[in-house]
Design a protein around this ligand. Structure first.
Ligand SMILES: [Fe+2]
Ligand SMILES: [Fe+2]
Length: 294
C-alpha cells in the first residue's frame, strides 16, 4: 500500500473522541461548593505547596504554549482549533484554582509570577517553537508529533494530580486536584485519539519519533529549572507506586503506532532520582522515596 493510500485510510477512520460534545460541555472547573476558608484547618506539607506552585506556573503558562502551537499547522485543523480554544480556557482556570487554594492557605503566588516564569523559560523553548513552525511547512505529518507530545503531557498531569489527591491529608486539596484530573483526562483523550489517527502514516511515525526522541521533556521542562523538574518527578513518581505509574504512562504511549519504544517517563524518573541523590538534595520525603526505591 502506498503512503498516500495509507494516509487516506487514516483520515477516513473516525476520531474516537467527540470534539463537538467536548466543546458543548467545556466549562471552567467549579469549586464554588468548596469552602476554601476551611483549607487551613487541615495539613498541607511544604512539598505539596512546592508542587502546587510548580503546577500553577505550568497551568498558567498554557497561553504561551498555545501561541507556539498556533504558529504550527495545528491551526489548519478545525477539530484541533475547536479543541484548543476550550482547552486553553480550562487550563487557565486550573492555574487560577490552584492559585486560589495557595492564597487560602497563606502561600500566595505573586501577581507578577507569570511574567517571571515566561522570562525564565529557556532559549531552547523559543527554538523549539521556531522549529515546530518550520517543520510544519516541510511536512504535514507534524500533526502526529505535537499531538503525541500533548498526550504524554496530559497523561502525566492527570496521573500527577491523582497521586496528590491520594496522598494529601487535606480533603479540600484532594477534591480540587481530583476535579482538575477529570479535565486532564478529557484533554488526554483528545490528544491521544487524534495522535492515533495521525500516526497511521509511516512518515508521521518517523517524524514523531524524531521529535519525541530529541525534544521531549517532562511536564514543566524548559519552563522550570532542571533541578525543579527533577524534584517534582521524584516527588510524584519516586515511590514504588510512582514507579508503576511511570511504567503505566510509558505502556499507554507505547501503544501509539510507531511509539513501541517509548520509555521516557521511567527513564526520566530514574534520572531525576539519580540527580537529586548525587546533589545531596534529597530531603525527608526524598529519603523515604529513595528507601522505597531499593
Ligand atoms: Fe491543567
Ligand atoms: Fe490539560
Amino acid at each position: 500500500m502506498s503512503d498516500d493510500l495509507r494516509l487516506s485510510g487514516a483520515h477516513s477512520a473516525a476520531l474516537e473522541f467527540d470534539v463537538e460534545k467536548y466543546v458543548r460541555n467545556s466549562k471552567r472547573v467549579d469549586i464554588s461548593d468548596l469552602d476554601l476558608s476551611q483549607a487551613m484547618e487541615f495539613p498541607v506539607s511544604h512539598d505539596e505547596i512546592r508542587a502546587l506552585t510548580y503546577m500553577c506556573d505550568i497551568e498558567s503558562h498554557t497561553i504561551v504554549y498555545l501561541r507556539a502551537i498556533l504558529n504550527t499547522c495545528a491551526v489548519e485543523d478545525p477539530q484541533t482549533t475547536s479543541f484548543l480554544s476550550c482547552w486553553a480556557y480550562e487550563e487557565f482556570f486550573h492555574g487560577n484554582t490552584i492559585r486560589q487554594f495557595l492564597d487560602a492557605i497563606g502561600a500566595p503566588v505573586s501577581s507578577t509570577r507569570m511574567l517571571e516564569v515566561q522570562k525564565a523559560s529557556s532559549f531552547t523553548e523559543w527554538l523549539k517553537e521556531l522549529g515546530s513552525s518550520i517543520l510544519c511547512r516541510l511536512s504535514r505529518h507534524f500533526h502526529g508529533a505535537y499531538l503525541t507530545y500533548g498526550a504524554i503531557s496530559e497523561l502525566s498531569t492527570l496521573e500527577g494530580y491523582g497521586v496528590m489527591a491520594r496522598r494529601t491529608k487535606n480533603p479540600i486539596l484532594a477534591e480540587i486536584v481530583r476535579r482538575l484530573a477529570k479535565d486532564e483526562r478529557r484533554h488526554f483523550s483528545f490528544y491521544y485519539n487524534k495522535a492515533k489517527l495521525q500516526l497511521q502514516h509511516r512518515n508521521a511515525q518517523r517524524l514523531t519519533n524524531f521529535v519525541i526522541r530529541h525534544f521531549w521533556l517532562p511536564v514543566g521542562g524548559g519552563v522550570k529549572s532542571d533541578s525543579e523538574v527533577s524534584w517534582i518527578l521524584s516527588f510524584i513518581l519516586g515511590d514504588p507506586e510512582g514507579q508503576a505509574i511511570a511504567r503505566r504512562i510509558d505502556t499507554t504511549i507505547a501503544r501509539l503506532p510507531g511509539l513501541e519504544w517509548f520509555d521516557r517517563l521511567s527513564r526520566s524518573r530514574e534520572e531525576a532520582l539519580g540527580t537529586l541523590e548525587s546533589q545531596g538534595e534529597i530531603g525527608l520525603s526524598g529519603q523515604a522515596l529513595l528507601h522505597s526505591r531499593l
